[in-house]
Design a protein around this ligand. Structure first.
Ligand code: C2O
Length: 551
């Protein structure tokens, strides 16, 4: 591999959307941010220079960061934030990965404007295990807020209520023609007939899983979270925040007398308010040179629109996710852990805490909204966990006593308990090097069943099972798929159900795990794993780089 250098200047930039101009925090003045392109095996040196008043930290979502945990990026987990006027060089090598990933800010809600694609091409001379695309196009979904997202979340946390929802979804930063005042800000995909395009889809939205479809075109899914999957065709796909999906789009063999909408809108089963608007983009066949059409008749081409599933269509969501299978070929084997050293059962869901202020809070029954794992709402430390772990100075920073299962069992998907209060703590799980881990994540119906896209830093995991209702430790494991389960870094815990994952703890460091619905992370649906060093020098986390930011 080669070494590639990037420079990220974090600075303010005026951007106009929905007839409203505001100053946003950007990378190099771009929105969405610049794309990173590299090959498997390359080393990346990305210098992030902070020119704004906010603290900053950037995460390379899905990059395994083998023995480079200092470059992972979640603020107060692997590093202290980069302060105003300071810089930090993220230094990591891409090992055994190729596909689409993405980068985003990892502090508060700054990722609403700080995000961009990471495109990892295969090593030179190694082809894709599917039709060579004529062109590759990144498509990033986002959420646009007219107000300042930092103000929205800090007000929500103060009053205990749900934050205001976004004003639009976006495709590559553009809301599109279905919003007022937005027709000129429409993403257009211009294609030629009879070609294959590789669409690299990324969901960078803050708080919503999305359905996506292109009218009159079938998509072939070939990759999820930078892992090849067994190809399958679909009209519509589901993509959760944090997830990436590569699809092949075969264009019509001849120039069609029509244009086509592509649309995305949310999949939501929770009780709260959400943005239920739709972002549209346009798939347009470029007029061939010898094709004679007056510009008037181009304007009058019929416009075909896709039909998306209902907002709460869990059966579509389930059948779609069940289709995702690893390639499990000789060249791309699925190394599913067949035996398990450590078993964990985590409940994930919402909860409440007592009102802190004298006034009534805006959460349920005058309380404050919280979210938790095993009923523990994670309290962010004020110094980086990885540093505390590395230097052995963990006293007063974290405790290594995260419970392996809920302290009080209840009927997780039945009538919720009367007491919905969470407890608080900065608790971590400690794993010996190379332990093989099985984790069941169970959604709870406390304050409503909801799908939670859980993201694990530092690893890919295999999704060996999923189901509805309460996980049954006697029956359900007999149905686990240990042959070709999908391998990924973010998985939706089904609404009113559970998911089972397995991974090998072969990467020493401190690794964050959280719901990628940003409001749930803010409410505490997060925790972290410590993976200890192995015996050999190449099984140890190296010391931190000299420019690692300090708190
Ligand atoms: Cu994409 Cu911890 O995040």
């Amino acid at each position: 591999g080669v070494t590639r250098h990037y420079k990220f200047d974090i600075k303010l930039q005026n951007v106009t959307r929905l007839c409203n101009t505001k100053s946003i925090i950007s990378v190099n003045g771009k929105f969405p941010g610049p794309r990173i392109v590299a090959r498997e095996g390359d080393q990346l040196l990305i210098k992030v220079m902070n020119h704004v008043q906010n603290n900053i930290s950037i995460h390379w979502h899905g990059i395994r960061q083998l023995r480079s945990g200092w470059a992972d990026g979640p603020a107060y987990i692997t590093q202290c934030p980069i302060q105003t006027g300071q810089s930090y060089v993220y230094n990591f090598t891409i090992v055994g990965q190729r596909g689409t990933l993405w980068w985003h800010a990892h502090l508060s809600w700054l990722r609403s404007t700080l995000y961009g694609p990471i495109i990892i091409l295969p090593k030179r001379g190694i082809p894709y295990p599917f039709t060579k695309p004529y062109k590759e196009v990144p498509i990033i979904f986002g959420e646009w807020f007219k107000a300042d997202p930092e103000t929205i979340i800090s007000q929500a946390l103060q009053t205990g209520g749900g934050p205001n929802v976004s004003d639009a979804y976006t495709i590559n930063g553009l809301p599109g023609p279905l919003y007022n005042c937005s027709a000129k800000d429409t993403f257009k995909l211009k294609v030629k007939p009879g070609k294959t395009y590789l669409l690299r889809l990324i969901n960078a939205a803050l708080n919503d899983e999305l359905f996506f479809s292109i009218a009159n075109h079938t998509l072939t899914v070939v990759e999820a979270d930078a892992i090849y999957v067994k190809p399958f065709e679909t009209e519509t796909l589901l993509i959760a925040p944090g997830q990436t999906t590569n699809v092949l789009l075969k264009t019509k063999p001849h120039y069609p007398s029509a244009t086509f909408f592509m649309k995305a809108r949310p999949y939501v089963t929770g009780q709260g308010t959400f943005d239920n608007s739709t972002v549209a983009g346009i798939l347009e066949y470029e007029k061939p040179l010898n094709f004679h059409l007056s510009s008037n008749s181009i304007k009058n081409l019929p416009l075909f629109k896709p039909v998306l599933p209902a907002l709460n269509d869990t059966s579509f969501a389930t059948s779609f996710t069940n289709k995702l299978r690893s390639l499990a070929s000789t060249q791309f084997p699925a190394n599913v852990p067949q035996n398990v050293d450590r078993r964990f059962f985590f409940t994930v869901g919402l909860g409440t805490s007592p009102c802190q202020s004298n006034q009534t809070c805006q959460g349920p029954n005058g309380t404050m909204f919280q979210a938790s794992v095993n009923n523990i709402s994670f309290v962010m430390p004020t110094t980086a966990l990885l540093q505390a772990h590395f230097t052995g100075k963990s006293d007063g920073v974290y405790t290594p006593d995260f419970p392996t299962s809920p302290l009080i069992a209840f009927n997780y998907t039945g009538t919720p308990p009367n007491n919905t209060m969470v407890s608080n703590g900065t608790k971590l799980v400690v794993l010996p090097f190379n332990s093989s881990v099985e984790l069941i994540m169970q959604d709870t119906s406390i304050l409503g069943a909801e799908s939670h896209p859980l993201h694990l830093h530092g690893f890919n995991f295999f999704v060996v099972g999923q189901g509805f209702g309460n996980f049954d430790p006697n029956k359900d494991p007999t149905k686990f798929n240990l042959v070709d389960p999908v391998e990924r870094n973010t998985v939706g815990v089904p609404s009113g159900g559970w998911v089972a994952i397995r991974f090998l703890a072969d990467n020493p460091g401190v690794w964050f795990m959280h719901c990628h619905l940003e409001v749930h992370t803010s409410w505490g649906l997060k925790m972290a794993w410590i993976v200890l060093d192995g015996k050999h020098p190449n099984q140890k986390l190296p010391p931190p780089p000299a420019d690692l930011p300090q708190c």
